[in-house]
Design a protein around this ligand. Sequence first.
Ligand code: ADP
Ligand code: MG
Length: 254
Amino acid sequence: MIALEDVAIAYGLGARTLVVVRDLTLSIAEGEAVGLVGESGSGKSTVLRAIAGLVPQAAGRITLAGREVRRQRTTAERKMVQMVFQDPYGSLHPNQTVDQILALPIAIHRLDRGEARIAQVLAEVGLGREHRYRYPHQLSGGQRQRVAIARALILEPRILLLDEPTSALDVSVQAEILNLLVRLRRDHGLTMLMVSHDLAVIAHLCERIGVMNHGRLLEITTATAMAHNQVSHDYTRQLLRSNAGFDRSGLALA
Ligand code: ADP
Ligand code: MG
């Protein structure tokens, strides 16, 4: 569903060009969930942005659902890949009700049955009719993230890119949102790529985990291998140590 081959991603133009991701090769099967971990600034969000078509790749190939995509995405390609960000407060327009937030992608993509789609997607993310005409500030953090997930889902994407989707939430709410993602993945056969600095969060959703460091994918391992400290790179071991308690919380969540 997602294939990256020797991808490099850079910001800026001319002499100011800064390559922040290089030699990235990664493929993700349909319905699979893969996590990306690594310290801040290692290029995780940049990888998601490139897959979503928000930044161009400087080199290499990106293939989605078997077709190579260019920076200029077609409408169908844009619809296929949706993204959820860390901060639902920042990503939702403060002056729009939930209804308006969800109606916008329907209008942009000229989808039919708008009314039915909004009602259905709200139910799917666990929001009631009473939430539909509220503004973001009238919702809790968890409810706001549910709205952001609903907005992504309403276009019926095949790929969901999640950038620290639970980092801004309380621990109990984190688990609710994670469980929602697990269910949505199963019910829709969604392919997911999730960034998180919390290995326990990643292990709850993802079978495979990619470790990034300074713009490179150091290794791809599994949640199980990580929980048992069976990793090949020193850097990954270091990361495991800095996530002290991963074994415990990872197993508790799994
Ligand atoms: P991560 O998500 O792993 O914290 P990012 O992908 O956000 O890392 O950033 C990777 C590198 O790219 C960092 O050095 C960051 O400063 C740089 N970077 C991110 N966004 C931009 C941008 N819009 N313009 C220039 N540099 C950027
Ligand atoms: Mg980031």
